[in-house]
Design a protein around this ligand. Structure first.
Ligand code: GDP
Ligand code: ZN
Length: 291
């Protein structure tokens, strides 16, 4: 019997595939774990015991999870690569800011990626997010611009790619893996298939170290589950000014004398970021009306 620590990279029908220093082992969860209703998740860091003859194992223990995504159901994610195209399709900054807030809410580091710089350089877009305190990469899956920088950021991390379809997530992933693993440009086809088959997400090991969650097109979270009070803390550019705000229960959207609005007027917060923050406040309010 050997003991390993590893990462669950795939789960199918009660079997878990655990990536260790000695390769991948097929494992079952221990009966006691099932009794306690503890379900291992893809992404979990686990301790396993392996039968040296059969080369199959049992999951003995799950390390506490840093975070947990739903759809795809994966744990321990370090980075969310939030991808938008500089053009074709036009960047949707509302979706971008929503995804960023969702990432922050789960303690996942957002990495802002503007792809298709061969079509439009995206300098102004990048500036908005750099000024707001994010890591920003301007990329082209077409020309390979800054792909090495992207690799540096993702090395030894676990990353999920998020963003609208058509922005180039699959193309970027193929660049990272150095082979055509993901289908590109198959938008409608892919959506169609998604309806009929349940996709189990897997972690794919990057050739230079780290993992990618192989469900490109991770959409968005139900942001309406958040409280308005919590939203400003998910906007790292707005948060410091919200602490300065002297009003209790201020939404930082329209209140006269609000510190956030003052900072906005002084150019310390980007216009589009605050607009999208306000839209999200509204979205949460609308949702709560129905509760
Ligand atoms: P996904 O839906 O986000 O996975 O996007 P895809 O990777 O499938 O790309 C959508 C379309 O954009 C495809 O036709 C790609 O060839 C194209 N594309 C992807 N990246 C780039 C890029 O950097 N520049 C240009 N010009 N086209 C790109
Ligand atoms: Zn305020």
């Amino acid at each position: 019997m050997s003991v390993y620590t590893g990462r669950i990279i795939k789960g199918i029908g009660g079997f878990y595939y655990v990536d260790t220093a000695d390769g991948v082992f097929e494992c079952r969860a221990r009966g006691v774990m099932r009794q306690k209703k503890i379900t291992p998740l893809v992404g979990d860091i686990v301790e396993i015991t392996v039968d040296d003859n059969l080369k199959t194992g049992a999951v003995e223990r799950i390390e506490p999870r840093r975070n947990e995504l739903i759809r795809p159901s994966v744990s321990n994610i370090d980075i969310m690569a939030v991808v938008a195209a500089t053009a074709n399709p036009r960047p949707n900054l509302y979706l971008l800011d929503k995804l960023i807030a969702s990432a922050e809410n789960m303690d996942i580091t957002p990495l802002i990626c503007f792809n298709k710089t061969d079509v439009d350089s995206g300098e102004e877009l990048a500036e908005i997010y750099e000024k707001s305190g994010f890591d920003v990469l301007r990329l082209s899956a077409e020309t390979g611009q800054n792909i090495e920088l992207l690799k540096d950021k993702l090395k030894d991390k676990t990353t999920v790619f998020a963003g609208n379809s058509g922005v180039g997530k699959s193309s970027l992933l193929n660049m990272l893996f150095g082979e055509e693993i993901f289908e590109t440009g198959q938008v409608s086809d892919r959506v169609e298939r998604g309806k009929h088959t349940t996709r189990h997400s897997e972690l794919k090991r990057l050739p230079f170290g780290g993992y990618i969650i192989d469900t490109p097109g991770f959409g968005s979270f139900d942001i309406t589950l958040l409280e308005i009070d919590d939203l400003s803390s998910l906007f790292r550019d707005i948060e410091p000014f919200s602490y300065e705000c002297r009003f209790r229960d201020c939404s930082h959207t329209v209140e006269a004398g609000c510190s956030v609005l003052q900072a906005l007027r002084n150019g310390k917060i980007e216009q589009s970021r605050h607009e999208n923050y306000c839209k999200l406040v509204q979205e949460i309010r609308d949702a709560q009306k129905w509760k």
